[in-house]
Design a protein around this ligand. Structure first.
Ligand code: HEM
Length: 419
C-alpha cells in the first residue's frame, strides 16, 4: 500500500466532499455510472461523508461502509457467537457499539496505569487516528436458530448461502453468525480495529473465517481494477441518489420485512479465487469478450469511454458485445432488468501462494441489496456457465444482513432487533 496513493485518494475525497455534487465527476465518473469508489455526499445516513480528518459518521439511519467510498484496505471477518444466551448477545452488541463508536472517531485510549495490561494494543501510537475506518456489522441466518430467542425475527430472505453450479465451497470458509466488514485507509488501522474488537468481545464471539482485501488506486484513472486487470464497479447505481438507494440497497416498509430490519441491507459475500496463471495466457480479445468491456479503458465494446452505456438494442445478436459476456448476462438492460441492480463493493485479495506454488489471489465479491432473491441470487443464476467460470473458483462466503444504523449516542447495534 503506497502512502502516496492514499494521499491522492484522500485529497480527491476531501475536495469532492467540499465540492458537493461535483464529487462523482472528480474521479471521472458521472451520474448513473458513479461507483461506490466515488466519493458521495450527504450526512448521518451511511451516505459516506468523511470529515477532513478521516472520520466517517458512525450514527445514522444506515450504517457506514455500504455507500461509503471504498477504502484502500479491508477485512471481512465472520464469527460464531459463543455468548450463552440472549443477555450475552445483548452485551456483545453493546460492546461492539461502544468500541466501533470509539474506533471510528479516534482518540486517546483509556489509561489503566502501569500495573494493568494497556487498554489498547498501541500499534497505532498513543492517539488512535480515525484513518477512514468503517466497521459494518451484519448478522447471518444462524443467529436466528433459537439460541437467542430470535427465530421469529429473522429477515425473511436470510438463509445459509447455497452452492451454485460452478462453486467449490469449503465449509470452513462459509457462513457465520456475525460478519464484520472493516475498511480503512491503512492496513494497520484495519488490523488494530480488529484486534481491539477481539480483545473486548473475548468469550462472546470466535473468529470463523477471515479474509483481508484491498482496493487499488485508479490505474491510471476511473474505477479501480480487479486482479484480472479490468475496472470493476463501473456500472454500479449512483450512491448519491437516495431514491435509487431506497430501490436498490435499503430495506424499506415495502418489502414486508420485520420492522426492525428497515434501514438495513442484505449483504452477499463471495470469496472467489482467480486462476490468474490461466487467465494470463488468454488473448486480449477473448478476455474483453468475456466481460464485454475494453481492458484498458473499461468502455463497453461498442463505446469509447468507461461511462458509455452499452447499446444492446443495436446489437441484438451479440456481434459486438457477446450475449454470454459477464456484463450482458448480469444486466441485459431490458425493461425488467432494472430491478436486478445491486451495489457491488468488492475488494481484491492476495493470500500469497497455495501448497502447489500457485498464486492465491482473487476477489472478495461483496454486494449490498434490498432483496437477496430479486438481486444477487437472480443475477448469480444468470451467470451460471458464463465463459468466465473457467478462470474463477468461488470457495466461500455467505449471506448476511447488515443491521440498520445506530441512531445516536444512546442507541446500540440491533436495539430494535433485541427489543
Ligand atoms: C471474480 C468474479 C468477478 C469478476 C472478476 C467480475 C468482474 C466484473 C467486471 C469487470 C464488470 C464490468 C465493469 C463493471 O460494471 O463493474 C462486472 C460487472 C458486473 N458484475 Fe461482475 N465480476 C465477478 C463476479 C460477479 C458476481 C458473482 C456477480 C453477481 C452475482 C457479479 C455481478 C455483476 C454485475 C451486476 C455487473 C454490472 C453489469 C451492468 O450493469 O452492466 N459479478 N463484473
Amino acid at each position: 500500500m503506497g502512502g502516496s496513493g492514499q494521499v491522492d485518494r484522500r485529497s480527491v475525497l476531501r475536495g469532492a466532499v467540499a465540492a458537493g455534487a461535483a464529487g462523482a465527476t472528480a474521479v471521472g465518473l458521472s451520474g448513473a455510472a458513479a461507483s461506490p469508489s466515488s466519493p458521495s455526499t450527504g450526512s448521518g445516513s451511511g451516505s459516506g461523508s468523511e470529515s477532513a480528518d478521516g472520520v466517517f459518521d458512525f450514527h445514522g439511519v444506515h450504517q457506514s461502509g455500504i455507500l461509503t467510498a471504498k477504502q484502500r484496505c479491508a477485512a471481512f471477518v465472520a464469527f460464531d457467537v459463543t455468548a450463552k444466551d440472549r443477555a450475552g448477545l445483548s452485551a456483545l452488541l453493546k460492546t461492539l457499539t461502544e468500541r466501533v463508536r470509539f474506533l471510528m472517531a479516534g482518540g486517546v485510549p483509556e489509561p489503566l496505569g502501569i500495573s494493568a495490561p494497556p487498554s489498547d494494543s498501541g500499534v497505532l501510537g498513543p492517539v488512535v487516528p480515525a484513518d477512514g475506518l468503517t466497521v459494518t456489522v451484519a448478522v447471518g441466518s444462524s443467529l436466528f436458530d433459537g439460541r437467542f430467542g430470535l427465530s421469529a425475527r429473522k429477515p425473511k430472505l436470510l438463509r445459509p448461502m447455497e452452492s451454485f453450479p460452478d462453486d467449490d465451497l469449503d465449509p470452513a470458509w462459509c457462513q457465520g453468525d456475525l460478519l464484520l466488514q472493516l475498511g480503512a485507509d491503512n492496513a494497520d488501522t484495519v488490523a488494530h480495529a480488529l484486534r481491539d474488537l477481539a480483545q473486548h468481545t473475548r468469550g462472546a464471539m470466535q473468529v470463523r473465517w477471515r479474509i483481508d482485501g484491498f482496493s487499488s488506486p485508479p490505474r491510471p484513472s476511473g474505477t479501480p481494477r480487479n486482479l484480472l486487470g479490468f475496472r470493476d464497479g463501473t456500472a454500479n447505481p449512483a450512491v448519491t441518489d437516495s431514491r435509487t438507494m431506497d430501490q436498490v440497497v435499503w430495506v424499506t416498509p415495502a418489502q414486508g420485512e420485520p420492522a426492525w430490519a428497515e434501514g438495513g441491507s442484505y449483504l452477499a459475500v463471495r470469496l472467489i479465487r482467480m486462476l490468474v496463471e490461466f487467465w494470463d495466457r488468454v488473448s486480449l480479445n477473448e478476455q474483453e469478450r468475456m466481460f464485454g468491456r475494453a481492458k484498458v479503458s473499461g468502455a463497453p465494446l461498442d463505446g469509447q469511454v468507461e461511462t458509455d452505456a452499452p447499446r444492446y438494442a443495436a446489437d441484438p445478436t451479440g456481434d459486438v458485445i457477446p450475449m454470454d459476456s459477464h456484463m450482458r448476462l448480469a444486466n441485459p438492460r431490458t425493461a425488467g432488468s432494472d430491478s436486478l441492480r445491486m451495489l457491488r463493493r468488492g475488494f481484491n485479495y492476495d493470500r500469497g501462494t497455495d501448497s502447489n506454488g500457485n498464486l492465491d489471489m482473487g476477489l472478495v465479491f461483496c454486494a449490498f441489496q434490498q432483496d437477496l432473491d430479486r438481486q444477487f441470487i437472480a443475477v448469480q443464476k444468470k451467470l451460471a456457465g458464463e465463459p468466465l467460470v473457467d478462470y474463477i473458483t468461488p470457495f466461500g462466503g455467505g449471506y448476511f444482513f447488515a443491521l440498520p444504523g445506530v441512531r445516536d449516542s444512546s442507541d446500540v447495534f440491533g436495539s430494535r432487533l433485541m427489543l
